[in-house]
Ligand binder design. Structure first.
Ligand SMILES: *[C@@H]1O[C@H](CO)[C@@H](O)[C@H](O)[C@H]1NC(C)=O
Ligand SMILES: *[C@@H]1O[C@H](CO)[C@@H](O)[C@H](O)[C@H]1NC(C)=O
Ligand SMILES: *[C@@H]1O[C@H](CO)[C@@H](O)[C@H](O)[C@H]1NC(C)=O
Ligand SMILES: *[C@@H]1O[C@H](CO)[C@@H](O)[C@H](O)[C@H]1NC(C)=O
Ligand SMILES: *[C@@H]1O[C@H](CO)[C@@H](O)[C@H](O)[C@H]1NC(C)=O
Ligand SMILES: *[C@@H]1O[C@H](CO)[C@@H](O)[C@H](O)[C@H]1NC(C)=O
Length: 447
């Protein structure tokens, strides 16, 4: 009864619509109309008929459950449309067809389960679409195809299970893609083909158990990759192939047992590495050899028994380091690492497993009285306290590189090129240059 009452009321008001501003809305001189948070549940079809100069229309936080397919058609100059925080379950296929200048579209916080095919067909200038916090399970293959200028696409917190590579194949300008909080169990290898400018990709909070080799090789400009809160078990040599500009990768709260020694080799720009909350027992001592820029290393809450000093010495930029919650064994190997992080003013909150008491205790208490022989001190026998006071910090071993093999191959190729060029030059001098100089000699001297 009340709903009907409201409908009639709305129709009545729209027929006597004020010249200046639609019902319940506020209109500003800057061509913004704000109808947000007004409990509006219906927009009568001709509401915006005389608003063709509108640039911004805000309808967020209302009770809209459906839209008339022509309701926005007069708004040919609109740049931004806020429809978020309503209860829309579907959209008419042609509802945005006239909004050729639209740059920003907010549809997040509704109850959409899918979108009609070609719904964005004229929106060539669209740069931002927020579709997060809906109930999207699937989308038509061609839905984003016309959006060649799209920079931001958020599909976070939906119910997507299967990724379709057709969704993204035309989005060559996309920089930010959020797919976090869906139900994605795997990523088909070519999913991101076409996203050559992507910088920030979130896939955290899905059901991923593995990542295929070279999945990210189509997104060479990626800087931020979010993979935490999944069930990933392994990081292989080529899992992260082709993303050498990556600055931050979060792999925490997965089930990672194994990381190949060369997994991070090509990531020479990495600043943040989150590996905490996994099932790592050991880390290869050469794993971080190319991490000269790494500032943050989170390894807490794994099952690590030791941290090799060779793992740490390449990390000349490290500022934040956490290994708490690992059952470390306080022997002379860890002692050496302990000297390293003390010398670098780091406190990773190391805890050592005491086999007698079966509890984790402060590493310092157990390490400080150890007597060890270490190379760094010319194989002298020293105690930790002596080493801390008398000795210089462990030297950073930065001469090694993880791409030694590639470097060697590169050198050979370079050598071959130089030899070929020299031979070529010789042939040129010998067979082509000579006739030319004899020709020069024919020029009369007094010319
Ligand atoms: C337009 O003006 C209103 C009120 O002054 C302001 O809140 C709003 O941010 C402005 N919008 C734009 C796009 O400048
Ligand atoms: C896109 O924006 C540019 C510049 O703002 C404008 O010249 C062009 O007409 C717009 N394209 C469309 C399809 O409206
Ligand atoms: C896909 O992108 C290409 C190149 O940017 C463009 O020419 C083509 O029209 C786009 N496809 C559609 C359906 O808009
Ligand atoms: C990348 O995206 C995440 C959310 O998915 C956001 O928290 C983060 O600030 C973004 N980073 C940059 C540099 O844009
Ligand atoms: C290290 O990790 C532990 C466990 O997650 C956490 O409680 C602690 O605050 C962290 N330390 C620092 C300095 O962040
Ligand atoms: C380490 O040595 C000091 C001084 O010799 C002693 O007081 C302390 O109890 C020792 N700590 C451990 C854990 O044995």
């Amino acid at each position: 009864m009340t709903i009907l009452h409201w409908i009639f009321f709305a129709i009545y008001l729209s027929s006597v619509r004020a010249q200046t501003c639609p019902l319940k809305c506020q209109c500003y001189l800057n061509q913004t109309t704000d109808c947000s948070s007004k409990r509006i549940f219906i927009i009568p079809p001709k509401t915006f008929q005389s608003y063709s100069n509108l640039l911004v229309l805000r309808l967020e936080d209302n009770r809209l459950s459906s839209l008339d397919s022509d309701v926005f058609s007069p708004l040919i100059n609109l740049k931004r449309l806020d429809l978020d925080q309503n209860i829309l379950t579907s959209l008419p296929g042609s509802v945005f067809n006239s909004l050729r200048d639209l740059v920003v579209l907010y549809l997040n916080g509704n109850s959409l389960t899918t979108l009609p095919s070609k719904i964005f067909k004229n929106l060539e200038n669209l740069s931002i679409i927020w579709l997060h916090d809906n109930r999207i399970e699937t989308l038509p293959s061609d839905v984003f195809e016309p959006l060649i200028n799209l920079k931001t696409l958020s599909l976070r917190n939906n119910k997507i299970k299967n990724l379709d590579y057709n969704w993204f194949k035309n989005l060559s300008n996309l920089e930010f893609l959020a797919l976090a909080g869906n139900q994605i169990p795997n990523i088909p290898r070519n999913t991101f083909a076409g996203l050559g400018n992507l910088k920030n990709l979130s896939l955290n909070g899905n059901q991923l158990t593995s990542i295929q080799d070279q999945t990210f090789s189509y997104t060479p400009k990626l800087e931020f990759l979010w993979l935490y809160d999944n069930k990933i078990e392994e990081i292989g040599d080529n899992t992260l192939y082709g993303v050498s500009f990556l600055r931050s990768i979060s792999l925490h709260n997965n089930k990672i047992k194994k990381i190949s020694s060369r997994a991070f080799c090509s990531l020479t720009n990495l600043e943040q590495l989150y590996l905490d909350g996994n099932m790592l027992v050991t880390l290869d001592a050469t794993l971080l050899l190319s991490q000269r820029r790494l500032r943050m290393l989170e390894l807490q809450d794994n099952k690590l028994n030791t941290i090799s000093p060779d793992l740490l010495t390449p990390l000349i930029s490290l500022r934040t380091f956490n290994i708490s919650g690992n059952p470390l064994i306080c022997d002379c190997k860890l002692w050496e690492s302990w000297l390293w992080w003390n010398a670098h003013f780091l406190d990773p909150e190391a805890k050592c497993f005491n086999p007698e008491t079966k509890i984790l205790g402060n590493a310092r208490d157990q390490l400080v009285n150890l007597t060890c022989t270490i190379e760094q001190y010319n194989n002298q026998v020293v105690t930790a306290s002596q080493a801390l006071i008398t000795a210089a910090p462990l030297k950073d071993k930065i001469e090694k590189t993880c791409d030694a093999k590639q470097l060697a191959a590169g050198c050979i190729v370079l050598l071959v090129i130089i030899v070929v060029m020299m031979v070529g030059f010789f042939v040129y001098i010998k067979f082509y240059r000579v006739p030319k100089s004899s020709h020069e000699m024919l020029v009369p001297l007094d010319a």
